[in-house]
Every structure is written in C-alpha cells, then in structure tokens.
Design a protein around this ligand. Sequence first.
Ligand SMILES: NC(=O)c1ccc[n+]([C@@H]2O[C@H](COP(=O)([O-])OP(=O)(O)OC[C@H]3O[C@@H](n4cnc5c(N)ncnc54)[C@H](O)[C@@H]3O)[C@@H](O)[C@H]2O)c1
Ligand SMILES: [Zn+2]
Ligand SMILES: [Zn+2]
Length: 341
Amino acid sequence: MKAVILDGIKKFKIDEINEPVVDGEKVIIEVSKSGICGSDIHYWVSGEPKGLVMGHEFVGKVIDSGNRLDLNVGNRVTALPISPCGKCEACVNGNVQFCPETWSHAVGLSLDNPGGLTKKIAVRSDMVIKIPDQVSDDEAALVEPLAVGLHAAHLGRIAVGDDVLVIGGGIIGLASAEFAKKEGASYVALTETNPLRGKKAIDLKVVDEYYNALDKDLPAKLIEKTKGGFDVVIECVGNEAAINSAFTMVKPGGIVVLVGVSTSAVAIYSTLAVMKELVVQGSIAYTYNEFNACLKLIADKKIDALKFIDDVVSFEDVQKAYERLTSGSDSAVKILVAPKK
Ligand SMILES: NC(=O)c1ccc[n+]([C@@H]2O[C@H](COP(=O)([O-])OP(=O)(O)OC[C@H]3O[C@@H](n4cnc5c(N)ncnc54)[C@H](O)[C@@H]3O)[C@@H](O)[C@H]2O)c1
Ligand SMILES: [Zn+2]
Ligand SMILES: [Zn+2]
C-alpha cells in the first residue's frame, strides 16, 4: 500500500510498504485523516530516521478489531500513539507519558510502527478510543495536539486571575493558550516571530494580545505591563531565544512550562532561574485522562477544534504542506493529510 516515507533532509518519497498484519491483538485502522505535528517537522528537517512513516495524530475506521471485544468493523476511532509498558511506576500512577517505553514503539514516531501517512495502520488495542458520533473525523484528528496543550496548562498550575504568557503560536501554543484561559487565566499574551500566526491567534480569540517576539524592547514592555512579570509562561518553541525569553518575562517565583522540543543542546541563562527561584516544569504529551478529556470537550462543544484546521491535503501534497508550515510567512498551523484525497 502507498505511504509517504521520510527519505532524507526535508524530503519525502511516496512508495509501497507492507500492509499491517492482522494478529488478533492490535486494532487495524483504515486511516481517514492524519495531522502534521510540529514534532514531525523536526524529523523532516533532520531527515532522520530515514524510512519513517509519520502521522501520530490519526483517525480512521476499524477494519479488524484485534482483541477489543467492544469494537466493531466500521467503528470510527482515534488512539494515543504511545507505547507505555503498563507496569512501571509511571504507568501504574497513570503517567504513561513518561514511561521509559512510551516513545520506543510509538505509532508514527518509530520505524516499526508506521503512522497515519499511509492507508492502514496497526495500533495497540489498549490505546484505541472510539469516537462519539457527534465528533467529526477532522475534529478527532485534533484531540492529540489539544491534549498536549491541556497537559501543559495543567502543569502550569494556573490560578484564577493569573497572567499567562505563551511563547510560540503554532498549534501547541494555541492549544496551551486556550486551556490557560479555561483554567482561569485573566490575561493570556502570545509572542510570535511570524506576524501572520500572531494575528491568527487574535482572530481565533485564543489569546488577548499578540506581540512581536523580535522586538528588543518587548521584555521590558511586558514586565511593566504585568507589574513584574507573568505568573506562568508556557514555552512552545524549544529554541534558545524562546526559552530565555520565558525566563526573562516570568515573575520571581513563577512557573515556566517547557513544551517546545530542541533536537540539540541549548544555552540557557540558568542564573535567571536561580535568582528568581523559578519552577521550571517540563511537559511531555498527556495522560490517558487528558486525551479523553479533550475528546469529550469537543463532543460537548466546549472547544471548537475545527477553527485550527487550515487545509486537508493528499499524499502528493505532503511535501508542500511541510514547506508551508515551516515558511515563517504563512498563517497555517494545522494541516491534515487524507489518504483518499
Ligand atoms: N512536549 C510535548 O509533548 C510536545 C508535543 C508536540 C509538540 N511539541 C513541540 O512543541 C513545539 C511547538 O509545536 P508546534 O506544533 O506548535 O510547532 P510549530 O513549529 O508549528 O510552532 C512553533 C512556532 O514558534 C514560533 N517561533 C519561533 N521562534 C520563536 C521565538 N523566539 N519566539 C516566539 N515564537 C517563536 C514559530 O514562528 C512557530 O509559529 C515544537 O518544538 C514541537 O516539537 C512538544
Ligand atoms: Zn503531535
Ligand atoms: Zn511504563
């Protein structure tokens, strides 16, 4: 079957891969949609690992229900793409996101488990979640990135009335901002280097204000505006400039949530964290409960996931979609891929 395969630095090829094998355990899903994630962009930029079939934000129809007696052929499902061991302390406590095994066989993030950029995928049955009828495929494809934002907002321990700064207005920043508001923040600001993404965040009413991250006077302006700095800063970029701006603009005793991923070491002004006694909180993925909570919020119309979707493209247009998402001069934050398009 056809798949979009990572084939080098900023390069994909479309080629045939083997269909997943029915084994009576895993659920076999015919992919309907699969989102392109900011993390996928890191793989695309590095070209590694060659042969990877990405797509960990997928939705589709069951074609074999494996060992899930509650699922039928034709049911619409999504899944947590991760592969937690289920036995370690993290897993037992519900923190599947930092189980040491979680990423080793993750769907769309490991060579042995192709993701949604193909037609049929095999997914660990305990990670598969049925989609309620009132949730469309497009909405369900947004559950995974929204859950990343929900987890970050939870770890920011946002209190009612807090001033929150989100750095980076990709889908992860926008989702974090949306949940920061839901957790009770009274003011949510965004800094972005791409003005079109900044404007979009305002148009979508996800943030109160947007500021140009390249403005040298910005830290002083925002520290003055917030009378000493933000209570919580959620960093959704991962580069040196962004992380240091988080340390600069958070108030003494505040919380910095690091969500952005860097593929190499970054130089940080750790003395800022020392002098301000900052809480520096890493945030990875989501718990099982947070993933389900996002699906429920969409089903209950408490969150509009569709507003984040900019385009749906075919396999042939995946390369162009990646170029668009990394151009720095396009407002698009989420592009879905449809095998049938
Ligand atoms: N921790 C997790 O669980 C998790 C999950 C998904 C993604 N991520 C990571 O989070 C980051 C964001 O993901 P995304 O999908 O939103 O990516 P994205 O690339 O779409 O968004 C990043 C945004 O940051 C902006 N930016 C760049 N430099 C900046 C700066 N100095 N200040 C402010 N903005 C700046 C870019 O213009 C871009 O809009 C990525 O590093 C991704 O790998 C982490
Ligand atoms: Zn993702
Ligand atoms: Zn585990």
